[in-house]
Design a protein around this ligand. Structure first.
Ligand SMILES: [Zn+2]
Length: 162
């Protein structure tokens, strides 16, 4: 960022508590710590199984939890509900914050909700080819998990069931 989002003046390089930052005369500080927020769901069906989505495109064959980036203006809950619907065709409700995960190397934060599936059916879409349901006793193929946050979340779900 070169200009202050608060007043529009040019930012200057500064040092704050040992961090290289950019400051503005008005007091605004750019800490260069932005992250993208993804709202993710652990969506349970009436059997107590949680949903995972099977990706297509460049992540063909990979499995993860339904979720995606929050749009400006949305609450995180709204983003989780929308993304779950877009990727699975299923409606969720009763969202409860479960955990938050960070992955700084790709500036990503997952805000994970547990939720109930209240209806729907899989709909053709551009991101996923199918969905599947799992429990700690009925896991997906672990080598197909999409990435480290998917692995961490799945491991945390397994751990809490022991
Ligand atoms: Zn300013």
């Amino acid at each position: 960022m070169d200009y202050c989002p608060s007043c529009g003046k040019k930012l200057y390089p500064d040092l704050m508590d040992g961090h290289h930052v950019k400051s503005c005369e008005c007091g605004y500080i750019d800490w260069d710590n932005w992250v993208n927020i993804s709202a993710v769901s652990v969506a349970y069906n009436h059997l107590g199984e949680f949903m995972m989505v099977h990706l297509k495109g460049k992540n063909q064959g990979k499995i993860t939890f339904p979720g995606g980036f929050r749009n400006l203006g949305e609450t995180l809950e709204q983003a989780a509900i929308r993304e779950c619907y877009e990727e699975s065709g299923h409606h969720i409700s009763h969202l409860e914050l479960y955990k938050v995960y960070t992955k700084d190397d790709i500036r990503l934060v997952w805000v994970v909700f547990k939720a109930k599936i209240i209806g729907g059916e899989f709909l053709e879409n551009s991101e996923t080819e199918s969905i599947s349901y799992h429990t700690p006793e009925k896991l997906p193929e672990l080598k197909r998990l999409r990435g480290s946050l998917t692995e961490q979340l799945l491991m945390d779900l397994i751990k809490e069931s022991i």
